[in-house]
Design a protein around this ligand. Structure first.
Ligand SMILES: [Fe+2]
Ligand SMILES: [Fe+2]
Length: 189
């Protein structure tokens, strides 16, 4: 990838080429790859909150909606329904996973609230309507993107290394199966 990407159209790359089912043989790498994408999207959102213009959103609205209403929802489900409970079973007391988990789940809940507000506003943008309160829209985006960045650093530096250490081969296979099933993919394809 270019070291400094020029702005092509909206400049947003929330939509990446879909993953092939065999990528899920390494489910933790998939989560890490999704974190990179989430980070790029958060950076883009933060950039927009500096200018507070709605035009870039008109162009990016479809990508953003897909990201917020599908990709991120699946990602949270992968973590909350599969990865977190498996880690709860596998971690040792000295891993302090329960306190890590409490923080991650709290972040997801906050993100969920903000996502719903943001999506409501984006639906208006998609219909070429003004958002109800641009000040609130950009404030929500800023809190969402900053929270995402903090959460992602925490997950990349603490959660994924712990998962790599504690999950067994069988756990990883089960995680991969859940992730592909959730996305309607056949992992053996
Ligand atoms: Fe994550
Ligand atoms: Fe997460």
């Amino acid at each position: 990838m270019a070291h400094h990407e020029r702005e092509p159209t909206s400049g947003l790359r929330a939509t990446a080429p879909p993953l092939q089912p065999n990528a899920f043989f390494r489910p933790l790498d998939v989560l890490r790859w999704e974190h990179d994408r989430q980070l790029q999207t958060s950076e883009w959102l933060l950039q927009q909150t500096r200018y507070e213009r709605l035009e870039p959103f008109i162009e990016a609205v479809e990508d953003l909606m897909g990201f917020l209403t599908q990709d991120l929802v699946f990602h949270h489900q992968d973590e909350e329904e599969d990865l977190f409970p498996t880690l709860q079973k596998r971690c040792r007391p000295r891993d302090s996973f329960e306190s890590i988990l409490a923080e991650l789940v709290r972040d997801h809940a906050t993100e969920g609230f903000l996502m719903r507000d943001i999506v409501t506003d984006l639906r208006r943008v998609a219909k070429s309507e003004d958002v109800e309160d641009p000040g609130r829209f950009f404030a929500s985006l800023k809190i969402f993107a900053e929270g995402q960045k903090r959460h992602l650093i925490w997950e990349n530096e603490v959660l994924l290394p712990l998962a790599k250490l504690r999950l067994t081969e069988i756990d990883l296979e089960a995680l991969a199966r859940s992730m592909t099933a959730r996305r309607g993919m056949d992992e053996s394809a």
